[in-house]
Design a protein around this ligand. Structure first.
Ligand code: NAD
Ligand code: ZN
Length: 346
């Protein structure tokens, strides 16, 4: 048996003794070295939809290969790596075009199976079974590598799709400088010449943004939209990345995206980008601007994220905790008391 952090009901997180999974055909058994705690884990914890059985959380996984099931081309036992979180089919048109995050097998919901979601046990445990195709070897230390599996992957994917908007003299806005946003600021600095404006409710998060290279740090208050418009000569930002996704941040994005600009909604706060009383974008939405709900990233986005980290261009700000302290760590994340990313160590 092994210890795992499992959801056993809506809002119920338990530290339990469970069987060590046996790797099925095509799977690897990974000995977990580090598991990041994502705000999405809080959304999963509080979702009131019924789950068939207790499920181990955790989709930011770094560890080493412990064993292989049948039909796995040999990855030597002991190889260190991270787990790509889109467990997509690998053979549909989207997957073969490199858009595994939009795998056709996932249907209209377009969320392929993911560890720690929808019944698939995740990495907040001593071991996890994963598809061999999802294992990406890396030499990066596991506590640093784990947050790359989602916080960097998802940020990189959202940013990478806006590269043609991010020109010298342009502006990118990052709303929410938490686990994802603090890495997004660094990715923007690494891959784009645009000025970076960070927005958050909390001063300590804004200080983090400044330390990591944001050119401007703004409190998320009534004046933020005005300030962004003033900074951009009245035109707005070329790209706005929303890592919160509540009504207030969606409206800030709508008010500040430039004509022809890009709004990328990443946060799962349940907000709607509507701005008129009836919820429609209406006249407030500038001509030519685009909006995208951005989900996770491609397998190549993970490889690129690992390369950015290996080169020193990005580095997760981490705080580590023993896995057994998971419930207390979740509570701290919920209260906004984690700077950067919390990482659990089994
Ligand atoms: P986090 O808790 O680490 O960070 C959230 C940050 O947003 C904090 O710094 C907080 O102070 C700030 N914030 C909260 N409300 C705000 C507001 N109204 N205005 C400005 N700032 C505000 O969370 P995280 O792990 O970085 O995740 C961010 C969001 O992204 C979550 O909703 C998560 O579920 C979602 N997410 C989406 C995907 C995807 O594929 N679309 C992947 C991972 C996470
Ligand atoms: Zn597919």
């Amino acid at each position: 048996t092994m210890r795992a952090l499992q959801i056993t009901g809506p809002g119920r997180l338990e530290w339990r003794e469970v069987p060590v999974p046996a790797p099925a055909v095509g799977q690897l058994l990974v000995r977990v070295a580090a598991a990041g705690v994502c705000h999405s884990d809080l959304h999963v914890l509080h979702a009131d939809r019924q789950r068939p059985a207790p499920m181990t959380l955790g989709h930011e996984i770094a560890g080493t290969v412990a064993a292989a099931g049948d039909a796995v081309s040999p990855i030597p036992v002991g190889t260190a790596g991270v787990v790509y979180l889109c467990w997509s089919c690998g053979s549909c048109r989207e997957c073969t075009a490199g858009r595994q995050n939009l795998c056709l097998a996932a249907g209209r919901s377009a969320m392929p199976p993911c560890p720690g979601l929808m019944g698939h046990d995740g990495g907040m445990a001593e071991y996890v079974a994963v598809p061999a195709s999802a294992f990406v070897p890396t030499d990066i230390a596991p506590v640093q590598a784990a947050p790359l599996a989602d916080a960097a992957l998802t940020s990189y994917h959202a940013i990478n799709g806006t590269r043609e908007h991010l020109r010298p003299g342009g502006t990118a806005v990052v709303i929410g400088v938490g686990g994802l946003g603090h890495i997004a600021v660094q990715i923007l600095r690494a891959v784009s010449p645009a000025r970076v404006v960070a927005v958050d409710l909390a001063q300590d998060k804004l200080d983090t943004a400044t330390r990591l290279g944001a050119d401007v740090a703004l409190a998320a208050d009534d004046t933020a939209a005005e300030t962004i418009l003033r900074l951009t000569g009245g035109r707005g930002a070329d790209a706005v990345f929303d890592f919160v996704g509540v009504d207030a941040t969606a409206q800030l994005a709508v008010r500040t995206v430039a004509p022809g600009g890009a709004y990328r909604m990443v946060g799962l706060g349940g907000g709607a980008p509507g701005i008129a009383a009836d919820g429609a974008l209406g006249d407030a939405w500038p001509w030519g601007a685009s909006i995208r709900k951005s989900y996770a990233g491609t397998r190549n986005d993970l490889v690129d994220s690992l390369a950015l980290a290996a080169s020193g261009a990005i580095r997760a700000d981490i705080e580590t905790f023993p896995l057994a302290e998971g419930p207390a760590v979740f509570a701290r994340l919920e209260r906004g008391e984690i700077l950067g990313r919390a990482v659990l160590i089994p």
